[in-house]
Design a protein around this ligand. Structure first.
Ligand code: 13P
Ligand code: ZN
Ligand code: NA
Length: 284
């Protein structure tokens, strides 16, 4: 079933689990996420980045939306890192039930102003809004964007930002980055900062850059208000790594129904493990 982000995350916030929010860029990933969610009896969010919208085209969103509506578990279709009011309006027109406006690189005042404008537009048609304060890091190979130097979210700013904008969920920066870390180095998350933010802000928090972190740190985040964890790289990596292996071993293969199943299975294994890690298994 298709849900509003605000309603879904209110349940996650209360019961201390995080809903996985997975990026899709083709129909294989849509099926991977929905089938994993149904198998795990877990709610899930399908998010699409403006680059991915560009790749897929508007009509594809209709397919994603209908797939979510027909799913046996709660699903949300969410715009990831909307960069402008135009991105947000395109998403709303295409039937997204939730949008992110990411003006985290603008000044604090401008971030408030643009996020507030998006809230006004989106709330008038019952679409939820996520905005970001602070910056997520960026690793090589990820097209999600991010900053070279992470600016950690300031606790007082977060409180002011949420009060002034009226957003439904806040993406925070506590040390994660988009993509995969080099040389097996993993980040240290500032869990104390997260706990402080959670004490001062009364809406669900969002963790970006969910891939390639320490499991024992991720499993602390939903105890401190993180109700949505964005995950892209680990799932896509598993999919294409297996596809690469298959194509090298079967170097004359060309039929999708031969090539896709093992890649899909590899991605599905990752998604299901993340649902366990996020404590969203059996929460549907
Ligand atoms: P990862 O690619 O690190 O999983 O981050 C995904 C993300 O934050 C998308 O918004
Ligand atoms: Zn992100
Ligand atoms: Na990451």
């Amino acid at each position: 079933m298709l849900m509003n982000m605000k309603d879904l995350l209110a349940v996650a916030y209360k019961h201390q689990f995080a809903v996985g929010s997975f990026n899709v860029a083709n129909s294989e990933f849509v099926r991977v996420i929905i089938e994993s969610a149904e198998e795990k009896n877990a709610p899930a969010i399908i998010q699409i980045h403006p680059n991915e919208v560009e790749l897929l085209g508007d009509d594809f969103i209709t397919y994603v939306r209908e797939s979510c509506r027909n799913a046996k578990v709660p699903m949300v279709i969410h715009l990831d890192h909307g960069g402008s009011v135009e991105d947000v309006m395109r998403a709303i027109r295409n039937g997204f039930t939730s949008v992110m406006i990411d003006a985290s690189h603008a000044s604090f005042e401008d971030n408030i102003a643009i996020s507030k404008e998006v809230v006004k537009l989106a709330h008038s048609v019952n679409v939820s809004v996520e905005a970001e304060l602070g910056t997520i890091g960026s690793n090589e190979g990820s097209s999600e964007g991010g900053a070279d130097v992470i600016l950690y979210t300031d606790v007082d700013d977060a409180k002011t930002f949420v009060e002034q904008t009226g957003i439904d969920t806040l993406a925070i920066a506590i040390g994660t980055s988009h993509g995969q870390y080099k040389h097996d180095r993993q980040p240290e998350l500032k869990l104390d900062l997260l706990a402080e933010i959670n004490k001062n802000v009364d809406i669900p928090l969002v963790l970006h850059g969910g891939s390639d972190n320490k499991d024992e740190e991720i499993s602390q985040t939903y105890l401190h208000g993180v109700s949505k964890i964005n995950l892209s790289t680990d799932m896509k990596n598993a999919f294409f790594k297996e596809m690469r292996r298959f194509l090298i071993e079967n170097d004359t293969a060309y039929e999708p129904d031969m090539i896709m199943p093992s890649a899909r299975k590899a991605a599905q294994e990752v998604v299901k493990k993340k649902m366990d890690l996020f404590n969203s298994t059996n929460q549907a």
